[in-house]
Design a protein around this ligand. Structure first.
Ligand code: B16
Ligand code: MG
Length: 220
């Protein structure tokens, strides 16, 4: 099977908004007097805003009404969006632009597959709003990663089969979602230690099409 498309996760793959998520959740946890650190933050990678909040609140003895949760999620997002205002094209992670250009040159389609509802704003901030053929994000799905929905939607929008797609992810939930979708899973950054990924990398500066073809041949 040939590779027809590469689906990029956004947060932690294209740009390090993961640090902003951490800072915003830290403020909410401190306000609620719930212990929160970077290790707990790792469990929030790739999962939706409300699921992330539920993970944090499960560490508290207090019970929260749905209305309280809505307010906390909204407050977290306000803090996060304030931080997103600082983003610029300089924040695009190493290797991303070169990889996007080389995929385009080889007629391989590119899409975003992100759990974030802030995807359009982030892409605008970093100057990549019109760079992807299709975008599937938190605004268009019901089930967040590790459910494969977002990646299957991206493939459908691109008009390719899941088997022809490669997913690039930084989260365990995202790697699991890609594998559940029947796609090749490339782990970068923290997910580089993920045992299920077909390929593991520190960042995208060493990834090229030949490497992807090699992984695809081994899998087939
Ligand atoms: P938002 P990704 C995910 O983005 C983040 O990794 C995760 O930490 C966040 O909770 C989720 O988006 C929802 O984000 O609050 O902006 O809708 O990694 O799937 O690109
Ligand atoms: Mg991510």
């Amino acid at each position: 099977m040939k590779i027809s498309a590469v689906i990029f996760d956004l947060d932690g793959v294209i740009v390090s908004t993961d640090e902003f998520h951490y800072q915003a959740w830290k403020q909410i946890s401190d306000q609620e007097k719930i212990y929160f650190d970077r290790e707990i933050n790792e469990r929030l990678r790739g999962v939706s805003r409300m699921e992330s909040l539920n993970i944090i609140l499960s560490l508290s003895e207090k019970s929260y009404y749905d209305t309280d949760k809505e307010l906390l999620a909204q407050r977290k997002n306000d803090i996060y969006c304030e931080l997103l205002n600082k983003l610029s094209p300089n924040d695009i992670l190493p290797g991303v632009i070169n990889l996007l250009l080389s995929l385009k040159a080889r007629d391989i389609k590119i899409a975003i597959g992100s759990s974030s509802k802030n995807t359009p704003f982030i892409l605008e901030q970093i100057g990549l709003a019109s760079s992807f053929d299709k975008v599937a994000d938190g605004n268009s799905i019901t089930n967040s990663k590790p459910d494969p929905e977002v990646f299957l939607l991206a493939a459908k929008k691109l008009g390719v089969t899941p088997e022809e797609c490669v997913v690039i992810e930084d989260a365990q939930a995202g790697i699991d979602a890609a594998i559940a979708a029947g796609m090749i899973a490339v782990g970068v950054g923290t997910a580089a230690s993920c045992v299920n990924a077909h390929l593991k990398l520190k960042d995208l500066s060493t990834l090229n099409i030949d490497k992807l073809i090699e992984v695809n041949e081994i899998r087939s």
